[in-house]
Design a binder for this molecule. Structure first.
Ligand code: 0O2
Length: 221
């Protein structure tokens, strides 16, 4: 997914009077451009680490990276939920997941190796860590979430931008994508609690598989 696709220009253009509203949207478009640059910076750092790690250890610590900018409509919804006026300053101050990167690893231990290598870099500030791998959510959701700040260098300024980095194994990602899809359907179900219980069982099985595969890799080494 390309990061720029996060800026839904049609949505912006369709609001009220095109020229006037586009002008008033300029600070928002500038902000989204800065988040896009921050995504590029983090992605490059992760790819550099992957390349070096692959040379040293003969395997890649991550399988894939996906980045996305939050859609304007989701930004508006989240600001409404938080009960905050929709200003560029408020958006930047209160939302930490406008720029998001998902890093998919094969093994749980690679998640922590990569996260440490990234956050040890001296231009990165760690704002928040939510470890849903060591402390899974009650529904079974597992992932390591970091909110980091990274500087971007523009023609006239250097600015720190927040990026949410989610680290998951392939199994955790598979479970989370299904959980996400099924959430939309749960409202029409007679017994959503049964689906929730079944999903929790799948989460437990995928946890067991993650650690068993890691154990096998150690045995092979
Ligand atoms: P999307 O579309 O993926 O961006 P906050 O973001 O801090 O206001 P919260 O819930 O405290 O809200 O943040 P948290 O716990 O770090 O979770 C944020 C993101 O993690 C979610 O973003 C999801 O991507 C993912 N996530 C968290 N819990 C679950 C879960 O139970 N199932 C699945 N499938 N994903 C989860 P968004 O904004 O909800 O959606």
């Amino acid at each position: 997914m390309s990061a720029t696709s996060g800026i839904n220009m049609e949505l912006l253009r369709s609001s009220d009077n095109a020229e006037g509203s586009l002008k008033s949207m300029q600070p928002f478009i500038d902000l989204m451009m800065k988040y896009e640059c921050a995504l590029m910076e983090i992605e490059t750092k992760l790819k550099v680490l992957n390349t070096e790690f692959a040379l040293q250890h003969n395997r890649n610590p991550f399988e894939s990276i996906k980045s996305r900018l939050k859609q304007p409509i989701s930004i508006i919804d989240k600001m409404k939920k938080k009960g905050l006026p929709l200003t560029v300053e408020n958006i930047e101050e209160n939302l930490t997941d406008i720029a998001g990167i998902r890093v998919i690893c094969s093994f749980p231990e690679d998640i922590y190796i990569l996260a440490d290598l990234l956050t040890d870099q001296d231009d990165i500030n760690v704002v928040c860590v939510k470890d849903y791998i060591r402390n899974p959510k009650p529904n079974g959701y597992r992932s390591l979430h970091l909110i980091v700040e990274i500087p971007i260098f523009l023609s006239k300024e250097k600015k720190y931008m927040k990026v949410e980095v989610q680290f998951r194994t392939i199994a955790m990602d598979f479970w989370a994508s299904l959980d996400h899809k099924l959430k939309y359907k749960k409202d029409n179900l007679k017994h959503p609690e049964i689906i929730a219980q079944e999903l929790k069982k799948c989460a437990d099985m995928s946890t067991a598989m993650d650690y068993k595969m890691q154990e096998i890799r150690h045995m092979l080494e």
